[in-house]
Write a protein that binds this ligand. Structure first.
Ligand code: GLA
Length: 432
């Protein structure tokens, strides 16, 4: 009996699920902009000065982020990806930026970004070379962490190319320690599980203790098939990945490609809604200098961002598949729930979905308030378990709802009273 009690106590003390990387960062999913999907490894500044990987690109992006409401919407990190580096370390063995494309160096770029009230993210690799063949950090973790800290970098995306997979864990953990040792606040964005999955089931307890967020699945491309395959991967592996998420520790399904070329507007809405449900870091990869107003409005939609950043900090999951609909749900603070209904039938027009079929609908007892957030904001009013509420969902689009339970308390009861146009007060359970 005592032994049992001791074992229980030990379990409680050492319970790994409770521990995320304790650097006080990314308590909510990180938001920002990351160059990769849109700008890739374009280093041809001679012929394409506006789109090549150069300090100008990030400075312009930072300017727009402040001017066009992105910063105010919560997008804070301006992030470099691969191909910012020189092929050679400096005489002291430190990484350096390509001198032609970054004449001012990274420290000056960080100062500029900070002067705008934003933060700077950088990219490096756990192995001997980055995926694009620039110098990797293997054998230099402490030096590189210190270099980034000295420059004032606020986030590190650490890729996993060019390292034997059996060394990945050690490499990622050592870099985590090296970053911590600098004493600077640097968000640590990993790709550790992505590179382990082909060989072994990753240890998410260890990953969440070392990283603030981590990529699990393939690189996002500017297409619906790519976005959909990422969503399908998350659904297929949700029993493993959902419990790993929480403040300071997030599953990263990769960048938002909204505002580019490959997604219809309905598909852009699906990516935004599902990334909110999945409590995903929101890194846009697009050209903020030239973005369609509708995509901009979607990316800056406060109601969707609020779901993504919800203080309960629980990742959502696929709750039901029915009639070519996927119903995703995310529990929210104060017993609310977000419901995203994705229509996976890619033919025809909008189809109706009976909301009462969503498993989370049971919180609607005795009644609830329903708000539709996508495709248009609409108050759907007070509902009960018996309501026959049907929402329309576009092909490969998503209808996003929030459901707020109305308890039997006086405030709740009050909301069930309504006044008709003649001024007569009614006591009702259903106000539509
Ligand atoms: C890998 C990563 C991408 C990007 C490229 C850069 O493929 O998964 O996100 O960083 O490398 O080369």
């Amino acid at each position: 009996m005592l032994v049992g009690l001791f074992a229980l106590l030990l379990l409680a003390v050492s319970s790994p699920a409770a521990e995320a990387l304790d650097n006080g960062l990314a308590l909510k999913p990180t938001m920002g902009w990351l160059h990769w999907e849109r700008f890739m490894c374009n280093i041809d500044c001679k012929h394409d000065p506006d789109n090549c990987i150069s300090e100008r690109l990030y400075m312009q992006m930072a300017d727009v982020m402040v001017k066009e409401g992105w910063k105010e919407a919560g997008y804070e990190y301006v992030c470099l990806d691969d191909c910012w580096l020189s092929y050679y370390r400096d005489t002291k063995g430190r990484l350096q930026a390509d001198p032609r494309r970054f004449p001012g160096g990274i420290k000056q770029l960080a100062d500029y970004v900070h002067s705008k009230g934003l933060k700077l993210g950088i990219y490096a690799d756990v192995g001997s070379e980055t995926c694009a063949g620039y110098p990797g950090s293997f054998g230099h973790y402490e030096t590189d962490a210190q270099t980034f800290a000295d420059w004032g970098v606020d986030l590190l995306k650490f890729d996993g190319c060019n390292l034997d997979w059996t060394l990945l864990g050690e490499g990622y953990v050592n870099m985590s320690r090296a970053l911590n040792k600098t004493g600077k606040s640097i968000v640590y964005s990993c790709e550790w599980p992505l590179y382990e999955w082909p060989y072994v089931k990753p240890n998410y307890t260890a990953i969440r203790e070392a990283c603030n967020h981590w990529r699990n699945s393939a690189d996002v491309y500017d297409s619906w098939s790519s976005v959909k395959s990422i969503v399908d991967w998350a659904a297929a592996n949700q029993d493993i990945i959902v419990p790993a998420a929480g403040p300071g520790a997030w599953n990263d399904p990769d960048m938002l490609v909204i505002g580019n070329f490959g997604l219809s507007h309905a598909q852009q809405e699906s990516q935004m809604a599902l990334w909110a449900i999945m409590a995903a870091p929101l890194f846009m990869s697009n050209d903020l200098r030239d973005i369609c107003p509708r995509s901009k409005k979607l990316l800056q939609n406060k109601r969707i961002i609020d779901i993504n950043q919800d203080p309960l900090a629980k990742q959502g999951y696929l709750a039901l598949k029915v009639d070519s609909f996927q119903v995703w749900e995310r529990p929210l603070f104060k017993n609310r729930v977000a419901i995203a209904v994705l229509n996976v039938q890619e033919i025809g027009g909008a189809r109706g979905f009976f909301v009462g079929a969503a498993p989370g609908w049971k919180i609607c007892k005795p009644s609830c308030n329903v708000t539709q957030i996508l495709p248009h904001y609409k108050e759907l009013g007070v509902q009960t378990l018996q309501s026959n509420l049907v929402v329309k969902v576009n092909p490969s689009g998503t209808t996003l709802l929030t459901v707020t339970p109305i308890s039997g308390d006086p405030a709740g009861v009050y909301r069930l009273h309504w006044q008709d146009s003649a001024g007569t007060r009614h006591k009702d359970t259903l106000v539509l």
